[in-house]
Design a protein around this ligand. Structure first.
Ligand code: NAD
Ligand code: G6P
Ligand code: MN
Length: 441
């Protein structure tokens, strides 16, 4: 069987060890000959790189492994780039969350003004790694998790239309694991219909392979409990703030009982509640820095100090299963069905062709083929049109270096009450992002 050469871009990510552990666990299904970590912060990456070197010597001695900050070394002779970069790191995520909150507006990694600010930073970083990939391995595929995926996907559509970049999100996969637990099924045995934008969508069907529909059964459960399940179903989305998010799906369903909502809709449908329940001085970025980031990096340091990873430390991350399945679908032409962020082109019949939407696709070695989801109702369509226009305006603002368009993007966001508040937030964001954003005129 062919063996693949893989680069992980954003090698210093908190998710890198979990992805590597998942790939090791799947080495028979997705054989690898080489694995390289690439990051532009060599010091951060070296901690994980050194620990993984010890782990891989013990668990997969035949796998060639290295870590580097040199693009040529990293991207030469690669079949797949798994990307999860965070331009500006947690320091900037914290600002994305805290600046809007100071103005009484949602402060969130990917939604509202925080997501817009992050998008303006991410585009530059994404273009950089796409160009490295195409320079050194023109046939390589990039499987991209880097957020905000909606804005990144639109930027790829506009600025790198022919690049082999697939943008994906693990939230629907994680929520499907919860649904499967609610109905006592294996997630592998479920097939869904779904439409929306990234972090902005709805399930219209959840069936088993025999064609039995579970939508009503899941809806009854979610109406009471949201997606909160009884037992731990996951390795991520488990902190208390995530439990609140799973629970809030109950209120999302109440306003729109027809379909099962993506949890991220809470930032658009209940922004006042979310702001009232946020701590302006301690946001999700602080939770993650004091939680996942500390855990992962201290596990790495322990491995380095003891010189062995036999006693654990790093854990398989369920978030990573999607990326392995996707790599397999392309490598082995499996035609597996999975949700992807793709150009609409009629998949949602009554939505613009050039919108980047999230829909089920059949994935083979030519990439994703979107499945038609038909016409969607006016309520969802109108919400989506507002949001997709925000995302398009952000990319236009980036390309044209337009203050006006970014102000419009913020003004249009359902999370912001007025053009005045949008401008106040924008001016603060410009100041905070001056090392990252293109200059706006
Ligand atoms: P992190 O800060 O721990 O890791 C990101 C790494 O990217 C850092 O080591 C940083 O130095 C590096 N980096 C930044 N800019 C770079 C560039 N231009 N080139 C190379 N490396 C660069 O962040 P994290 O919490 O582990 O998350 C990583 C990314 O994955 C984020 O974008 C996050 O939003 C995303 N993510 C997405 C999904 C999804 O559903 N799509 C799920 C989980 C995480
Ligand atoms: C989900 C989303 C990702 C997002 C992540 C944030 O998995 O799909 O897009 O990056 O949550 O999780 P965190 O634990 O970093 O807040
Ligand atoms: Mn996501």
């Amino acid at each position: 069987m062919k063996k693949f050469s893989v680069v992980i871009a954003g090698g210093g990510s908190t998710f890198t060890p979990g992805i590597v552990m998942m790939m090791l666990d799947n080495i028979d299904r997705f054989p690898m000959r080489e694995l390289v970590l690439y990051d532009n912060d060599g010091e951060r990456q070296a901690v994980l790189g050194e620990a993984l070197e010890i782990l891989l010597k013990e668990k997969a001695p035949d796998l060639k492994f290295s870590y580097t900050t040199d693009p040529k070394e990293a991207f030469t002779d690669k079949d797949f780039c798994m990307a999860h970069i965070r331009v500006g790191k947690y320091e900037m995520r914290e600002k994305d969350e805290k600046i809007p909150l100071r103005h009484g507006v949602i402060g969130q990694e990917t939604c509202g003004p925080g997501g817009i600010a992050y998008g303006m930073r991410s585009i530059t970083g994404m273009l950089e790694i796409i160009d490295h990939m195409e320079t050194y391995s023109p046939d390589c595929w990039m499987l991209n998790y880097s957020n905000p995926a909606a804005i990144v996907a639109e930027a790829c559509r506009v600025l790198r239309p022919n690049s082999k970049v697939l943008n994906i999100c693990d939230m629907p996969v994680g929520t499907l694991r919860r649904m499967s637990q609610i109905i006592g099924k294996d997630p592998q045995d479920l097939e869904v219909r779904y439409f929306g934008l990234n972090h902005f969508g709805w399930w219209t069907s959840v069936k088993d392979k025999e064609g039995h529909e579970y939508l009503d059964q899941i809806r009854d459960y979610v109406a009471e409990n949201g997606y909160l399940t009884q037992v731990e179903v996951d390795t991520q989305h488990m902190d208390q703030s995530w439990q609140e998010t799973h629970k809030k799906a109950k209120d999302l369903l109440a306003v729109n009982p027809r379909y099962l909502p993506n949890t991220y809709l809470k930032y658009y449908l209940y922004p006042d509640y979310e702001v009232a329940h946020s701590d302006r001085n301690y946001t999700r970025a602080n939770e993650v820095m004091n939680g996942r980031e500390k855990e992962v990096f201290s596990a790495a340091r322990t491995i380095i100090e003891t010189g062995t990873a036999i006693d654990g430390g790093f854990h398989i991350d369920s978030h990573a299963s999607f990326i392995v399945d996707l790599a397999r679908a392309i490598a082995f032409n499996t035609h597996e069905r999975m949700l992807m962020i793709v150009e609409n082109n009629g998949a949602i019949a009554n939505f613009p062709d050039d919108a980047m939407v999230e829909v089920p696709c059949i994935v083979g070695n030519d990439g994703p083929e979107p499945l038609a989801q038909g016409k969607i109702p006016a309520f969802e369509q109108a919400l989506m049109f507002q949001q997709v226009t925000v995302e398009k305006l952000v990319v236009e603002a980036y390309v044209e270096q337009s203050y006006q368009k970014l102000w419009q993007a913020l003004t249009l966001s359902k999370t912001i009450p007025s053009a005045k508040v949008a401008k106040d937030i924008l001016d603060d964001l410009i100041e905070a992002n001056k090392d990252y954003w293109p200059e706006l005129h």
